[in-house]
Design a protein around this ligand. Structure first.
Ligand SMILES: Nc1ncnc2c1ncn2[C@@H]1O[C@H](COP(=O)(O)OP(=O)(O)O)[C@@H](O)[C@H]1O
Ligand SMILES: Nc1ccn([C@@H]2O[C@H](COP(=O)(O)OP(=O)(O)O)[C@@H](O)[C@H]2O)c(=O)n1
Length: 237
C-alpha cells in the first residue's frame, strides 16, 4: 500500500451501519430517512421490499396464503431499491411500485408473504448486498435488521410507541384516502404486529444490544435528534 492510500484509509471515516426496527407507526421510515439525509448516509426501507414482492404475488395470481406457491415464486420478481434518502425508489421488474405497495390489499397480505422463509432468505441477501455497497454507510429500517440482517451493525435502534399513538399517526396519513376509522386502523395494526412477532423465521424482535426508544410522547424531531446523537457517540467512541 502506498503512503497516500494508507493515509486515506486512516483518515476516511469508516462506513456506519445503522439498523432501525420496530412495529408499524413507530416512526421508522420518517426517522431513518431524516437521519440518513442529515448524516450523508444511504437509506433502505426493507418493508417496501416485502410489500413489493407481495404486490408482485397478488398481481400474478399467486395465493398469498399458500406458502408453497409463494416460496416457489420467491425468486421470480426483480426488486430494485433506490437508496437516496431524499428520493427513495422501489421497482418491480422495472415498474415503479411506490404507489401500489401502499394499498390496503398489499398491507393486508404482506405479513403472510413475509413469513415464508424463501422470501426472507432472498430479501435478506439483497439487503446485505445493498448495505455492503453503501460508501459512507446506511440506515436500514425493518423488523429483523438488528437480529438477522445486520447483526454486526454499529448501532441498533428499536422504536416503540403505544398502539393508540401509532393508530392515530396512521389514520392521519390515510385520511381522505382509504380507511379513516381509528379503531379499525388500530385493530389492523395490532393484528399485523402479532403476525410479524409470532412468525417462526426472524420475527419482529428487539436485538439484545439494541437501544429502545419509546416515541409515544416524543415529536419526530426529538426522535431524529436522539438517533443522530447516538450515531455520533458511536462514531467518536
Ligand atoms: N414521534 C412522532 N410523533 C408524531 N408523529 C410521528 C412521529 N414519528 C412518526 N410520525 C408520523 O407517523 C406516521 C408513521 O410514521 P412512519 O415513519 O411511517 O412509521 P413506520 O415506518 O414505523 O411505520 C407518519 O405520518 C409520520 O410522519
Ligand atoms: N425487515 C422487515 C420489514 C418488513 N417486514 C414485513 O413487511 C411488512 C410491511 O413493512 P413496513 O415497514 O412497510 O410497514 P409499516 O410499518 O410502514 O406499516 C411488515 O408488516 C412485515 O410483515 C418484514 O417482515 N421484515
Amino acid at each position: 500500500m502506498s503512503d497516500t492510500v494508507e493515509t486515506a484509509a486512516r483518515t476516511a471515516p469508516a462506513a456506519v451501519i445503522v439498523g432501525i426496527d420496530g412495529p408499524s407507526g413507530t416512526g421508522k421510515s420518517s426517522t431513518s430517512k431524516a437521519v440518513a439525509a442529515k448524516l450523508g448516509l444511504r437509506y433502505l426501507d426493507t418493508g417496501a421490499q416485502y410489500r413489493a414482492i407481495t404486490w408482485w404475488m397478488l398481481s400474478n395470481g399467486i395465493d398469498v396464503n399458500d406458502a408453497a406457491a409463494v416460496a416457489e415464486a420467491a425468486g421470480k420478481p426483480e426488486i430494485v431499491s433506490g437508496t437516496d434518502p431524499s428520493a427513495p425508489t422501489i421497482t418491480v421488474d422495472g415498474a415503479d411500485a411506490a404507489g401500489p405497495i401502499r394499498t390496503q390489499e398489499v398491507t393486508s397480505a404482506v405479513s403472510a408473504v413475509s413469513a415464508v422463509p424463501e422470501i426472507r432468505t432472498r430479501l435478506t441477501e439483497l439487503q446485505r448486498a445493498i448495505a455492503a455497497e453503501a460508501p459512507a454507510g446506511i440506515v436500514v429500517e425493518g423488523r429483523d435488521i438488528g437480529t438477522t440482517v445486520l447483526p454486526d451493525a454499529d448501532l441498533k435502534i428499536f422504536l416503540t410507541a403505544s398502539a393508540e399513538a401509532r393508530a392515530a399517526r396512521r389514520s392521519g396519513e390515510l385520511k381522505g384516502k382509504e380507511a379513516t376509522d381509528l379503531a379499525a386502523t388500530q385493530a389492523a395494526l395490532v393484528k399485523r404486529d402479532a403476525a410479524d412477532s409470532g412468525r417462526k423465521t426472524s420475527p419482529l424482535a428487539k436485538a439484545g444490544d439494541a437501544v429502545e426508544v419509546d416515541t409515544t410522547e416524543l415529536t419526530l424531531d426529538q426522535v431524529i435528534e436522539c438517533v443522530v446523537t447516538l450515531i455520533e457517540e458511536r462514531r467518536s467512541a
